[in-house]
Design a protein around this ligand. Sequence first.
Ligand SMILES: Cc1cc2nc3c(=O)[nH]c(=O)nc-3n(C[C@H](O)[C@H](O)[C@H](O)COP(=O)(O)O)c2cc1C
Length: 207
Amino acid sequence: MFYEPKKKNHGLPKNPFNSLVIPRPIGWISSIDTEGNFNLAPYSFFNGVCYSPPTVMFSAGAGANSDNTKDSARNAENTGDFVCNMATWDTREQMNQSSATLPQDVDEIALTQLTPVKSRMVKSPRIAEAPVHLECKYLKTVELPGWNEKDVYKVIFGEVVGIHIDDEFITKEGLVDIAKIKPIGRLGYNDYTLTDLDSIFTLDRPA
Ligand SMILES: Cc1cc2nc3c(=O)[nH]c(=O)nc-3n(C[C@H](O)[C@H](O)[C@H](O)COP(=O)(O)O)c2cc1C
């Protein structure tokens, strides 16, 4: 089959695009607003984009706030930082719950009964239950135009200035034990994938 996204002529019951760029890592973004309220939400248009300095991005679509923004993007822009928490099998339910559309001042960390922990380099809190935290300083926003006026995307870039890895998940050889962490990734629709011992394989790079 072939279709042109703008014409929406795929003829399928659901838009297949989200099933075609997969699996997507989930940036579980914790942040703080100018009033000091905590915020937490998952973003799967999320990735690392370079090494030196380590830099990440997440892309927020139009949100329910009066200025059309989502809280995570607005907070990063207004307060200058955010934290990416790694979403895992153990926290999958809380991750999903934290995606609910809620008023700006609702703290999804408290709502999902997770534990906020002070960060070292940024004001945004970390989530104790996550095995990995990337403390990020806000770098810039790239706004991407959508198909209509309201359909604006804010791609938020942040420099990773502090990294926490729970020691429990570092092997005696000094590697990050991803099989033990069991990160989850986003597929299309409401489907997810799990990385564990059975799904990891190694390929040596050609010389
Ligand atoms: C697994 C998952 C991934 C998501 N990825 C995105 C995304 O990449 N961009 C986006 O705008 N919304 C995404 N959402 C929806 C947001 O999490 C949701 O709109 C949330 O309410 C935003 O919260 P905030 O306003 O507190 O930032 C995702 C939801 C889930 C469950």
